[in-house]
Write a protein that binds this ligand. Structure first.
Ligand SMILES: [Fe+2]
Length: 290
């Protein structure tokens, strides 16, 4: 069967049909996958049974891989893979259990944020075998930018915003039932605040997108804090309209990849500690924001 793409919604995402990521992919097909990814920002591959090494190898096609700052959640033998899970061993989580339960783009709090992330579903919470929990929502922030009115585009054109990992980490750490420990001096040094333009240009497609997110953006540079907060909230409300959104219902064996330049995502936390969830994530390095 030859490879096909089926759009998930009008503005975001395609499912890739007819590809087995456990087998070698021709250069031609890989180019088509990459082109589709750049155009649609989210790709879904169903029913994939790949090893950790194959996950890493596929991810490397898109660039070098990040090693996450929370080292305790990396696979010891393959540290390019970050565990996202509420499974516990010896009363300790084996992965990040509360990852991404707010709208964000991965690593926007770094100077050179990630190009894309590639998530593999290993265990999905379910009840009675038919209802699954822990969906992930994605929005296309390039489509959201294009839909802004001319006045708003003009207003945000030259603005910059502050992104912070520690601010978000502290909020999560102080939440009920959190297992997060205070960040060490060494970890803190690796995640200083950074400043990025509010409107970002995609380094490959040239499309502009809204690059502020509820998860990591803390303020607008050189703007009254209340006014900045209001502007950020208006932009978040606009970006998260249903028209720019795709909500993914996971199945074991799904692989989702998303573009961290032109999307945001949100992990829905609608399952308790008795329902297990386990994902493997690779994170591809990106370039400076402009
Ligand atoms: Fe994320």
């Amino acid at each position: 069967m030859s490879m096909q793409f089926i759009n998930l919604t009008e503005n975001i995402g395609s499912e890739v049909i007819g590809v087995n990521l456990a087998e070698p992919i021709s250069k031609d097909d890989m180019n088509k996958i990459e082109q589709q990814f750049n155009n649609r920002a989210v790709l879904l591959f169903r029913n994939q049974d790949i090893s950790e090494e194959q996950h890493i190898q596929f991810s490397r096609y898109f660039g070098e891989l990040e090693i996450h700052v929370l080292k305790q959640y990396l696979l010891p033998e393959n540290p390019e893979i970050l565990r996202i899970s509420n499974i516990q061993e010896n009363k300790k989580n084996i992965g990040i259990s509360d990852a991404g339960q707010y709208w964000h783009t991965d690593l926007s709090y770094t100077k050179t944020p990630s190009r894309c992330s590639i998530l593999k579903a290993k265990v999905i919470p379910e009840r009675d075998g038919d209802t699954t929990y822990g969906d992930t929502c994605f929005i296309n922030t390039a489509s959201a930018y294009e839909a802004l009115d001319a006045d708003m585009k003009q207003r945000i054109k030259s603005l910059k915003a502050v992104h912070s990992y520690t601010d978000r980490y502290e909020k999560m750490r102080l939440a009920a039932n959190s297992q997060r420990q205070p960040l060490t001096e060494d970890q803190l040094k690796k995640v200083p605040e950074v400043i990025h333009p509010v409107v970002r240009t995609h380094p490959i497609t040239g499309r502009k997108s809204i690059y502020v997110n509820e998860g990591f953006t803390t303020s607008i540079v050189d703007m009254d804090p209340e006014e900045g907060k209001k502007l950020l909230q208006d932009l978040y409300a606009h970006c998260t309209s249903d028209v720019f959104k795709y909500r993914h219902k996971w199945r074991v064996g799904d692989i989702m990849m998303w573009d961290n330049c032109s999307t945001q995502h949100l992990a829905i936390s609608d399952y308790g500690p008795d329902k297990l969830r386990f994902m493997h994530r690779t994170t591809v390095m990106g370039s400076e924001v402009f």
